[in-house]
Design a protein around this ligand. Structure first.
Ligand SMILES: C[S@@+](CC[C@H](N)C(=O)[O-])C[C@H]1O[C@@H](n2cnc3c(N)ncnc32)[C@H](O)[C@@H]1O
Length: 313
């Protein structure tokens, strides 16, 4: 079955250890993928524990339903920015941990039909949730040169963003840019200097994928909801694969783990200020050499962990 591709889980032990799973705790895996982290959480949970997993990809959901049959486990097809609504629907109040293993899974990248990779020639789609939204080909057919340039610059840090956007606009006057192969060939011509070891279309493909899936907006939306729902002592564990994602996570955790910055002339004592909601747990962690050697997709991973402060109810 094409939906049940293999995904090698990154920082498996480290992420599950960081959740500090309690026997009877309630946990959320916001990025089920092929369930590598979810299965390890279930193995650590006791009989009365509970795991709620989300994924926006219908194929991940179908694969998960085939893979895991466990009364402690619920799998929901939803973007993780809907976490609050999903928990309300399931009548779950506080949770003991949230794990986010961001980005795309290997089955998404390796299935030509998803149109996420320049390694195969396929319809230019790139949506994680194939049941809604616009494919990249549709967006490229309508977007202005300025909009395309901005996306390539902002999410791909692509130096040749404007040249690529213009090449796309010229090409589409003769017919749609409808396939990954067409886009890769256009970008290859427009990019004048090559980065060693990298296909010239890497940055453009990544930028369009991040944009079409609104990946950074999703992340910025879920973090405050996760903290709001965490019980005292509950853990937030986030694995990022892109510097733009990691910057959002790092800033969020930093801001939530220090007292509000007020002008020094205000007559307030430290005890009068609201206590920070989070405490950082350790430093950012990266996969070791052995993991990267065994799984090159792990090379850009960064994991950050924080703990909800306060007294347990
Ligand atoms: C890196 S994979 C997770 C792999 C998983 N931890 C495992 O071990 O199998 C990321 C998954 O998160 C999903 N995903 C990414 N962004 C999402 C979002 N905003 N909401 C829900 N799922 C998302 C993707 O569809 C993909 O299946």
């Amino acid at each position: 079955m094409s939906g049940v591709g293999r995904h090698v889980t990154v920082l498996l032990r480290e992420a599950v250890d960081a959740l500090a799973v309690r026997d009877d705790g309630v946990y959320v895996d916001g990025t089920f993928g092929r369930g590598g982290h979810s299965r390890a959480v279930l193995a650590s949970l006791g009989k009365s524990g509970r795991l709620i997993a989300l994924d926006r990809d219908p194929q991940a959901i179908a694969a998960g339903r085939e893979m895991i049959d466990d009364p402690r486990f619920e799998l929901v097809h939803a973007p993780f920015s809907d976490l609050g609504a999903v928990l309300d629907e399931l009548e779950v109040g506080e949770i003991d941990g949230v794990l986010l293993d961001l980005g795309v899974s290997s089955p998404q990248l390796d299935d030509a039909a998803r149109g996420m990779s320049f390694r195969f020639d396929a319809p230019l789609d790139m949506r994680m949730d194939t049941s809604r939204g616009q494919a990249v080909a549709q967006w490229l057919a309508e977007a202005s040169v300025a909009q395309i340039t901005e996306v390539l610059r902002e999410y791909g840090e692509e130096r040749f963003a404007h040249a690529i956007a213009k090449a796309i606009a010229v090409a589409r006057t003769g017919g749609a840019v409808a396939t990954t192969g067409q886009l890769a060939a256009l970008v290859e011509k427009a990019v004048r200097t090559r980065e060693p070891g990298q296909h010239p279309a890497t940055r453009s493909f990544q930028a369009l994928r991040i944009f079409i899936n609104q990946e950074l907006t999703e992340l910025s939306r879920v973090l405050p909801v996760a903290v709001e729902r965490l019980a005292a002592g509950g853990r937030l564990v986030v694995i990022s694969f892109h510097s733009l994602e990691d910057r959002i996570v790092k800033r969020f955790m930093r801001d939530e783990s220090r007292p509000p910055q007020l002008p020094s002339r205000l007559p307030l004592r430290a005890v009068d200020l609201p206590a920070p909601r989070l405490a950082l747990v350790g430093r950012a962690r990266r996969p070791d050499e052995d993991e990267v050697a065994a799984n090159p997709r792990a090379r850009s991973a960064v994991m950050r962990v924080a703990q909800r402060q306060g007294m347990r109810a």
